[in-house]
Design a protein around this ligand. Structure first.
Ligand code: NAD
Length: 499
């Protein structure tokens, strides 16, 4: 039985109406259950109580959704001009903005996110991504090409929608990470099947309701809720899917890419990270310390780009650590829906066990463990912000993604920038990095030497719909956001006419 009594006073009318009852998924114009009739329980990670239920979609549901997406591609959607698509995407973005409070609450309770973060980070970034990509819809174009061989010919390229795109999305930022894919999918005229994470399907289902309300034709956006091994794997294998846009762990990403390769699907992968924050002796620490703490503790460190490794100059090591611990002590741990909460729970018991395991492992490997003693009245999957200081570069905690509020700290001395960059690059990942210095030459040189898809200077977590986002090395391939996203959802066709 779904009982929202505990949180009901914190919910606005829209969120209260949406939560508290089982939600069907969307295939074509049908809101439906899974063919199997099976359901997935969706829990509030702050209390462990049942929040909602969604269909446990499987291979036959995926098949129906792919058929609907293929039909929509051949229907009126395929005939719309880019300008018309852009207007529709703008309308969608405006509607999301109008419903920002409701969406933020649904996201906060489903993900265990602080509602103020959801309201002032997730929802605006989501809406802005649609606004930005609405502009691109009318500018998807090929080019005329001057040929190298002699002769009278006219050559040009066409840039065409890639077709049916399956999106597989993780649980940490459902609205934002869906927008990174859905906005360029809509701008380029593709159609899609979204498979949200089984832990956090709710905002995606609400998003799909809003998309139909603003006028996207049925079948353009389909949502199949389900477990990864069933619905996700069926999407990766389905011959009617032209591209997989995957965000999630490196392990599952590799599996999805292997399956997709069998039918030579296009694939983009946004995977894990172990992002370094390199703090030089000349950094403005009053500015840096709160930002460094935020970089690892925001959303409990369950952020692919979390600043999870701190490399700090020996001369400021103690001051920076003390500062970050002080900042952690200011966090307010609690239920995401409480407006003053700044640190919610982890997503699940499994994630809690994983993070605790890494903290113990770090201690066994010789790191000093420093934990805050924040209080919470809640009974969910909470973990204290923790620093692991002095772990060796080879240890698991320094190389593997923990995905929790755990900062691994190491120091450097007066070795050259190449050597410091080598230490920063010393993991299998390459998603993001930040460099903290006032020396222009150091900043530019480090930005070149660091192997990561995003390098930020005197800041961490600068996201913008215009900035391409993605990973080097095992953090993935392909880019979302910016003009790059338009390229990854289109095929280029060369046309040559002998005159
Ligand atoms: P996950 O890989 O376990 O799951 C991600 C998605 O894949 C979920 O929807 C899941 O149901 C699905 N899935 C699971 N098994 C599957 C299979 N066999 N076939 C097809 N789909 C399957 O990841 P998670 O635990 O949900 O999310 C955390 C991970 O996501 C972290 O590693 C994090 O770094 C990464 N992430 C990366 C980015 C980025 O942009 N690079 C952003 C956010 C999260």
């Amino acid at each position: 039985m779904i009982d929202l009594t505990r949180v009901a006073p914190l919910l606005n009318e829209g969120a209260r109406q949406f939560l508290g009852s089982a939600q069907p998924m969307l295939i074509g114009e049908q809101w439906c259950n899974a063919d199997s009739g099976e359901l997935i329980d969706v829990f509030d990670p702050a209390t462990g109580t049942l929040l909602s239920q969604v269909p446990a979609g499987g291979a036959s549901d995926v098949d129906r959704a792919v058929t609907a997406a293929r039909q929509a591609l051949a229907g009126p959607w395929g005939q719309m001009t880019g300008l018309e698509r852009g207007k529709l995407i703008t309308r969608f973005a405006q509607r999301l903005e109008a419903l920002a409070d409701e969406l933020a609450q649904i996201e906060a309770i489903d993900c265990g996110k602080a509602v103020t973060h959801a309201r002032y980070v997730d929802v605006p970034l989501t809406a802005n991504t649609y606004h930005y990509m609405a502009g691109w819809a009318s500018k998807v174009a090929g080019a005329t090409v001057g040929l190298s061989s002699p002769g009278n010919a006219h050559a040009f390229t066409l840039r065409e929608p890639i077709g049916v795109v399956a999106q597989i999305v993780p649980w940490n930022f459902p609205l934002v990470l869906t927008a990174y894919k859905l906005a360029p999918i809509l701008a380029t005229g593709c159609t899609t099947i979204i498979k949200p994470a089984e832990q956090t399907p709710l905002s995606t289902l609400r998003l799909a309701q809003i998309a139909l309300e603003v006028g996207f034709p049925p079948g353009v956006i389909n949502v199949v809720t389900g477990y990864g091994a069933a619905a996700g794997a069926a999407l990766a294998a389905h011959p009617g899917v032209d591209k997989i846009a995957f965000t999630g762990s490196t392990e599952v990403g590799k599996q999805v890419a292997r399956t997709a390769l069998d039918s030579v699907k296009r694939v983009t992968l946004e995977l894990g990270g172990k992002s370094p924050m390199v703090v030089f002796a000349d950094a403005d620490l009053d500015h840096a310390i709160p930002a460094l703490a935020q970089a690892i503790f925001f959303h409990q460190g369950q952020v692919c780009t979390a600043g999870s490794r701190l490399l700090v100059h020996r001369s400021i090591h103690d001051r920076v650590i003390e500062g970050i611990i002080r900042q952690a002590g200011l966090l307010k741990m609690g239920h995401g829906l409480e407006p003053e909460t700044t640190l919610g729970p982890l997503i699940s018991k499994r994630q809690l066990d994983r993070v605790r395991h890494y903290i113990e492992q770090g201690q066994r490997d010789g790191a000093d463990v420093i934990s805050t003693g924040l209080e919470t009245a809640e009974s969910g999957y909470f973990v204290q912000p923790t620093l692991l200081v002095g772990a060796s570069p080879e240890s698991a905690v320094m190389r593997e993604e923990i995905f929790g509020p755990v900062l691994c700290v190491t120091s450097f001395g007066d070795e050259g920038l190449h050597d410091i960059a080598r230490q920063a690059n010393d993991t299998p990942f390459g998603l993001s990095a930040s460099v903290w210095t006032h020396d222009l030459s150091t900043a530019h040189t480090m930005a070149k030497l660091i192997k990561a898809g995003s390098v930020w200077v005197n800041a961490h977590h600068c996201f913008d719909p215009a900035l391409p986002f993605g990973g080097f090395k095992q953090s993935g391939f392909g880019r979302e956001q910016g003009a790059e996203a338009i390229h990854t959802f289109t095929e280029v066709k060369s046309v040559c006419m002998k005159l």
